[in-house]
Design a protein around this ligand. Structure first.
Ligand code: AMP
Ligand code: ZN
Length: 452
């Protein structure tokens, strides 16, 4: 299986540290608001990556953190005179319900930052002891980027641009501001804080992920993911902190997905151009239709969101379900194993080539149309492929057709046998008007309820 490693910016054959096992860390949500569907695109990509690893026989331990203390959360809590937990608890619940709606597999652990302050402080202490961290005049503790010669290796920063000694206190900043970044923020009035040997304060955002990933996956693990906006400063800083603290390589493969865009701009809360899964549902679409839409673009390509495209995805998903329902109606008939293997091979090739899911989706639709496959084979292939698509196709039931409709179909067959085509066409129209779709096949006519 090949995957594009942001570290080195090249396609690489994936090799796990431990045979048959993959440690996967996924930067999770900052729970101060709803996730927007851009965030959800990234979580779906991470789910697909995990499913592809599992398809290849790896056992995956996925860890996804919940950032429940951070600048934006604190700002909102202060504005609304609430505790941070009053802000984060409801949004954490909504986040999990979004994951469920999108059929995203559960991670092994969802560590919360506020429950791992000790791990973070331990890492900050190690960094201070090893001379990578210092306490500044504002009493906060900073990471000194000059002490870590490899700083910038993930984002490809020009060393000259680095401004060690200049500090940045905010958690998010641009490449132009590559400076010493904060590990432990000294308490400010009204802000939540934890006691520490550096004085009361709270962790910086970056140290949260370094401490929690190490806690659950060890000092060196296989894959770390996120959206491309996480590359700098977040992931660059994670590497610096972790490698400086442990003296070991932090992560072997960094995998990042591109943004969801609206009208040529990144979907983002700060641009106020975002939609949530609630908006999707309110407009009559299923969350799984959005999942389908994300499968149509490669994870390293920007994906443009439009309601028209979502509608097309909803229709495609309905059609796919319709095909499965139809396949379930046919008697079992085995076909040529060669033909089936050919499709399975093409599918594996696609997903193993840097997660080319759009191509894999194409293979699935070709299988639907291919006459060399028996219905039983098609069904088997589609349900197997759905282990990666995650569209819940296994839930499509064999259709139950009301007796009334079956009687009309039978009557139509008699008319057709008597070559009374005008009358038989009228009955077809009647069936359609009753909300069913009729198709004449070599195995006889089949009827299925029309997708909504
Ligand atoms: P946040 O809650 O802002 O930390 O973002 C959660 C995840 O969503 C991170 O992995 C981000 O990289 C990702 N993300 C943010 N905006 C977008 C977007 N427009 N498209 C895709 N992913 C995004
Ligand atoms: Zn993170």
């Amino acid at each position: 299986m090949k995957i594009f490693n942001t570290l080195g910016r090249r396609l690489e054959e994936f090799k796990p540290i431990k045979k048959g096992f993959v440690g996967l860390y996924t930067c999770g949500p900052t729970v101060y608001n709803f996730s927007h569907i851009g965030n959800l695109r990234t979580y779906i990509f991470e789910d697909v990556l995990r499913r592809v690893l599992e398809w290849n026989g790896f056992k995956v331990k996925q860890v996804m953190n919940i950032t429940d203390v951070e600048d934006k959360i604190i700002k909102k809590a202060i504005e609304e005179s609430k505790t941070i937990s009053e802000i984060t608890t409801p949004y954490t619940r909504i986040f999990f319900s979004d994951l469920e709606d999108l059929n995203i597999k559960k991670a092994a652990v969802y560590p919360r930052a506020t429950r791992h302050i000790k791990d973070m402080l331990r890492m900050v202490k190690t960094l201070a002891q090893k001379g990578f961290a210092y306490r500044a005049k504002d009493d906060s503790v900073y990471f000194e980027i000059d002490k870590f010669p490899e700083y910038g290796k993930l984002a490809g920063l020009d060393k000259v641009a680095l401004q060690s000694g200049a500090r940045v206190e905010s958690d998010e900043y641009d490449k132009e501001e590559a400076r010493d970044f904060v590990l432990w923020k000294a308490q400010k009035p009204k802000e939540p804080s934890w006691p520490s040997e550096f004085g009361p304060g709270r962790p910086g955002w970056h140290i949260e992920c370094s401490a929690m990933s190490t806690r659950y996956l060890g000092p060196t693990f296989d894959i770390h993911t996120g959206g491309v906006d996480n590359i700098f400063p977040h992931h660059e800083n994670e590497i610096a902190q972790s490698e400086a603290a442990t003296g070991k390589p932090f992560v072997n493969y960094w995998v990042h997905s591109e943004h969801l865009m609206v009208d040529g701009q990144k979907m983002s809360k700060s641009f106020n151009n975002f939609y949530t899964l609630r908006d999707v549902k309110e407009r009559g679409f299923e969350p799984l239709a959005f999942r389908y839409a994300t499968l149509m673009s490669h994870y390293r390509s920007k994906m443009n969101f439009t309601w028209e495209a979502l509608e097309a995805s909803q229709n495609a998903l309905n059609n796919l379900r319709f095909e499965i329902a139809k396949l379930k109606m046919f008697a079992d008939k085995s076909g040529s194993p060669d033909a089936e293997n050919k499709f399975r091979f093409a599918f594996s090739e696609a997903v193993n080539n840097d997660l080319n899911v759009p191509e894999a989706l194409g293979v699935a639709w070709q299988a639907v149309k291919d006459d060399s496959l028996s219905p039983k084979q098609k069904l088997r292939l589609l349900l197997d492929f759905d282990k990666i698509f995650g569209l819940g196709l296994e839930n499509v039931k064999k259709p139950v057709i009301p007796r009334k409709i079956k009687a009309v179909v039978k009557e139509r067959e008699l008319l057709r046998a008597n070559k009374q085509f005008i009358q038989s066409d009228a009955l077809r129209n009647k069936i359609e008007a009753l909300g069913y779709k009729l198709e004449d096949t070599e195995n006889g006519p089949i009827v299925i309820k029309k997708p909504k």
